[in-house]
Design a protein around this ligand. Structure first.
Ligand code: C2E
Ligand code: MG
Ligand code: MG
Length: 747
């Protein structure tokens, strides 16, 4: 507070007391005047200095709007360097044009005696825009008349800018919330207090207002209400942010939707609240469910056989791998601790590989559909011999693999294999007919200790093939040393394929002799394979392999063509005298080939061989037993004008009833009976019966494997028409046969 000296006036003179209370006297009136002026001047300077130090703008404007006074702060605000730049000028010129009307009105009101506040913008002399808030009051003269307006004006620019920025940011936030595709709402006291458009959509409300004031919990799936309550409590009381969660909410009409939800604490009108963001993930969830379903479907296709619904090879190997792992772990534990700690020894298992014999024949004779039914029926029968812990899979066309687990001893696996064998022996009723199949079963026991499931399966497969070849028991148990044998077989198969391609096969001819005349009546064509390193490979080794691998078709076609070509040549040379017959072996598998008849017909045409002299030999045991289809095929072959023989007769199971219905010309008595002719009486009886049977069915008989003159004599006595065997000749090359014909055939 500035204290002015107090003046005490008298008529002529006056005394004055300063602040400190010291009194001094004026001497004359002129001196007094001078003193007063000096004091006024000082006072004004003091006032000016006070005003200039004032941070707000202080100004005095005349009633007609002319600026009379302005302090330094004001000059700075209007960007004037000195008072002279603005003094005497209309203050309205400094006001922003848009605010001038309001300013003038305000100035008028204050000029009329009112006081008040006004916010407006000024434009400085340099063009700078500033926000001002002015507090104005009328300025009166000595007589109390209003002569101007005194204003104290504050620079609001900074706070205005902040306010503006705030407003803009609020607007931006509002727009963002409105446009946000995610639902946003504010919950306070358990109710919606704000909802954006997306949230209204997610909840199935017509608009935002439809949700305001509604309890949140009404829109939460009952299973999730407790979770949501706890979440809201944590947000309100512990000011914790809720992590991203997946929940189920309810729409207004009760439809359940899947949402992703996140929430943060919020202050709504001074009360604790939660700001919540939700995203409808129903579609994503549906897509996920679809994907899961598709994955399951794919898994099914990848791991199951669609026909039988049985697991396939891939799943079988996966299952087996698990079992091997468990067994290896168990064995490891046992090695570490004493057996006494483990009362039950680690369980063993066995892998069975089962193949249906002659399935291909059944398939081609009965058709694919019945073959499929046979597989399904087989799968069902298998289950009847298995325990609930066993695992069966279809690993090939007609090949089943089984894991027997747990297993206490080898005999248990053998018992199950026997049970399967016997169960499958019972006839299958398919489409009204009875179909018989047999199985070959290979067994690999876990004791062989292989690491890889593939090796176990391969071992069981090898055992199955051994079982097929040996034909002594319905099953064979794998021995590790067979592995080498199996590899050799694989090698042989590769070599055989190459031999066929490179035409390394040859045809040998074994004479068939008329037992009446002693002359050569024909030849049996027999395939020969001379392996580049192994030398001569006997047909007994590679024919079964060729039958297994399907290569037999090519071999038979080659032999037939080559033998017919050769026989055509011989016939043309000797036909005039005695016709020669040509016997060619035909694998039983070939009977199911629909194109067989056409192929033979074509060869006959091409080679010019006399049709009636070709005799196809079909091994008795290779006939499928399917009467209808086999008879049809044999009838068709017969219609070509050729002859048919049953080879190795007596080793199969042709029934008499069946035999007389088939268009057969010759029975070839199996070598085993002829060999034993002089050894046991039983063989003699069998040979006699076969010859009698042949004659009664108007067929002739050829005795195979005649090696001695005694055998020849006995066969002649039994009226057997023909003989074939080492006694006459071994199978020989075509050149040797030609020489033989020239020596012995010509009359
Ligand atoms: P298979 O058709 O019964 O042929 C007769 C077999 O007995 C021939 O054996 C022949 O050499 C042999 N053999 C003939 N006489 C005697 C004898 O007095 N003593 C002895 N120990 N054996 C004798 P190979 O050539 O080894 O043929 C064996 C089997 O292989 C044939 O038996 C036949 O089933 C099959 N085979 C041979 N060539 C072919 C062919 O081109 N196609 C088909 N599918 N199978 C063939
Ligand atoms: Mg034969
Ligand atoms: Mg034979």
């Amino acid at each position: 507070m500035i204290a002015f000296p107090r003046l005490k006036m008298s008529k002529f003179r006056f005394s004055a007391k300063n602040n400190e209370g010291s009194t001094f006297m004026l001497r004359s009136e002129s001196e007094d005047k001078k003193l007063i002026q000096t004091m006024l001047c000082e006072s004004r300077t003091r006032l000016q200095s006070i005003l200039d130090n004032e941070p707000e703008c202080v100004k005095l404007v005349s009633i007609d709007g002319i600026l009379l006074e302005m302090n330094q702060a004001g000059l700075a605000m209007v960007e004037a360097k000195c008072l002279e730049e603005v003094m005497g000028k209309f203050v309205i010129d400094l006001i922003h044009p848009e605010d001038r009307a309001a300013f003038q009105e305000f100035h008028q009101l204050v000029s009329e005696g009112k006081t008040g506040k006004l916010q407006f913008r000024i434009l400085g002399l340099g063009g700078g825009l500033r926000w001002m808030e002015t507090h104005s009051l009328p300025w009166r003269n000595f007589y109390g008349d209003i002569v101007g307006v005194l204003s104290i004006t504050r620079n609001l620019t900074e706070s205005k800018q902040i306010e503006q920025a705030l407003m803009e940011s609020e607007e931006r936030y509002r727009q963002l919330v409105e446009l946000c595709p995610n639902g946003i709402f504010i919950e306070c006291e358990g109710k919606f207090v704000f909802v954006n458009r997306a949230a209204a959509n997610i909840f199935g409300a017509a608009n935002e207002a439809a949700l305001i004031g509604k309890p949140i919990l009404d829109f939460v799936h009952p299973d999730y209400r407790e979770i949501v309550l706890e979440l809201l409590r944590q947000i309100r009381e512990e000011k914790k942010e809720a992590p991203l969660l997946e929940e189920k909410l309810l729409q207004l009409n009760g439809t359940v939707i899947d949402v992703e939800i996140a929430a943060i604490p919020f202050n709504y009108e001074g009360k604790p609240a939660a700001q919540v963001v939700i995203r409808d993930i129903s579609e994503r969830q549906a897509a996920l469910r679809d994907r899961k379903r598709a994955e399951e479907q794919l898994r099914y296709y990848a791991f199951y056989d669609p026909l039988t619904g049985l697991p396939n090879r891939a799943l079988f190997l996966e299952q087996l791998e698990k079992l091997i792992d468990v067994q290896q772990k168990d064995t490891g534990v046992e090695a570490k601790y004493s057996i006494a700690n483990f009362p039950s020894p680690s369980p063993q298992f066995a892998v069975l590989f089962l193949d249906l014999n002659r399935f291909q024949i059944v398939k081609y004779s009965l058709g694919h559909q019945l073959a499929d039914e046979l597989i399904i029926a087989t799968a069902k029968r298998l289950q009847t011999c298995l325990r609930s812990t066993d695992f069966v899979a279809l690993v090939g066309l007609d090949e089943f693999a089984i894991i027997l687990s747990p297993l206490s001893e080898k005999q248990e696996a053998i018992d199950i294999a026997n049970c399967i064998y016997q169960t499958l022996q019972l006839p299958f009723k398919l489409d009204g007919r009875e179909v018989y199949v047999t199985a070959s079963i290979g067994i690999a026991l876990s004791a062989i200790g292989y690491d890889r499931p593939e090796d176990f399966l391969q071992a069981a497969d090898t055992a199955m093939h051994t079982c097929k070849r040996i034909k002594q028991a319905p099953y064979a148990v794998f021995e590790p040393e067979w592995h080498v044998g199996a590899l050799k077989l694989l090698e042989l198969e590769t070599d055989l394929r190459q031999a066929i391609q490179r035409r390394d096969l040859q045809v040998y001819y074994q004479p068939i002799v008329s037992l009446k005349s002693g002359r050569i009546s024909g030849f049996e064509a027999l395939v020969r394979w001379e392996h580049p390193t192994r030398g001569f490979v006997p047909p007994s080794e590679f024919i079964p392999l060729a039958e297994e691998t399907g290569l037999i078709g090519e071999i038979d076609r080659f032999v037939l063509r080559e033998a017919c070509r050769q026989m055509g040549f011989w016939q043309r040379a000797f036909l005039a005298e005695v016709p020669l017959t040509l016997s060619v072996n035909l694998s039983g598998f070939q009977l199911s080939q629909l194109a067989l008849v056409e192929q033979i017909d074509q060869v006959l045409g091409e080679t010019g061989i006399q049709r009636s002299t070709l005799k196809l030999e079909i091994t008795e045991s290779k006939l499928s037993g399917n009467m209808v289809s086999e008879k049809t095929m044999l009838d068709r072959l017969k219609k070509l004008g050729i002859q048919l023989a049953i080879d190795d007769f007596g080793t199969g199971y042709s029934s008499l009833a069946r035999l007389h219905q088939l268009p057969i010309d010759t029975l070839k008595i199996d070598r085993s009976f002829v060999t034993n002719l002089g050894v046991d009486s039983e063989s003699l009886e069998i040979v006699r019966t076969i010859i009698t049977l042949a004659h009664s069915l108007e067929m002739d008989a050829i005795a195979e494997g005649v090696e001695t003159p005694q055998q020849l004599a006995q066969l002649q006595a039994l009226q057997c028409e023909y003989g074939q065997g080492y006694f006459f000749s071994k199978p020989i090359a075509s050149e040797t046969a030609w020489a033989l014909l020239n020596r012995f055939h010509l009359p």
